[in-house]
Design a protein around this ligand. Sequence first.
Ligand code: 6PG
Length: 257
Amino acid sequence: MTQLLVARDVTELAARAEQWLIELIRDHQATNSTPFSLALAGGSTPKALYQRLAASSKTSGIDWNRVLFLWGDERNVPADHADSNYRMVRESLLDKLEIGSQSILRIPTEGDDEAQVSQTALQYEIELKRQLPLNSDGLGVIDCVLLGMGDDVHTASLFPETTALRETSRWVVANYVPKLSTWRVTLTSPLINAAKQVAFFIAGSSKGPAINTLWHGPHQPELYPSQMIQPRPGELTFFVDKPTIEGLSVPSNNRMQ
Ligand code: 6PG
């Protein structure tokens, strides 16, 4: 079952996603001694959510030192670069939490060439293999993966017609994106689909056509990579705002809230 939560606008969307995520983490921490692993989305949309989590961090009842922060993908730039997903999350959330560096697993890109960015992807995968429990297929199980979606229906750095889409066993790969003429490092769809919870956080009317293609277009994941995201046995949730889905019909397998 896929869950769909629709909010009036991105502000309300961030509030609903914040409450959903806080409940998820609190429930985990109430019954587990292991850290709650949270893979964060890059881009700009989720920033409002991260800022809300930072603002409520002292009253949400979460032990942030028992959250393991991961990234769903990273641009091939240094950590202090304006385009860095790590920097966006650090500035909007991590700097406001009193947590140790052991809770933060940055993807260590530094603007490298193919050989080095491939090594970075391998290093990150090795670190995830150290930290994550495994499912029966030997894949790491992340507690929650937050994703955005681009106008071209990409997610993480799984871009249309790129080699990472065809990865069936690696957890993390370097992925060359011709349309951006750049390397990215990204979690693969097998790893994302092994997660307990996967949540898309999408806002803005510009994403309407992409969501329509995702839900109602032909099933062509090579062209529309977000169609690859079908966690099993994990759950999939869409956080969208009204402008994004104006005029769209909701797929029948969605439970609307
Ligand atoms: C990235 C993201 C990417 C992002 C989408 C949506 O590194 O850019 O991981 O997948 O989530 O491009 O980005 P916006 O939220 O900025 O529209």
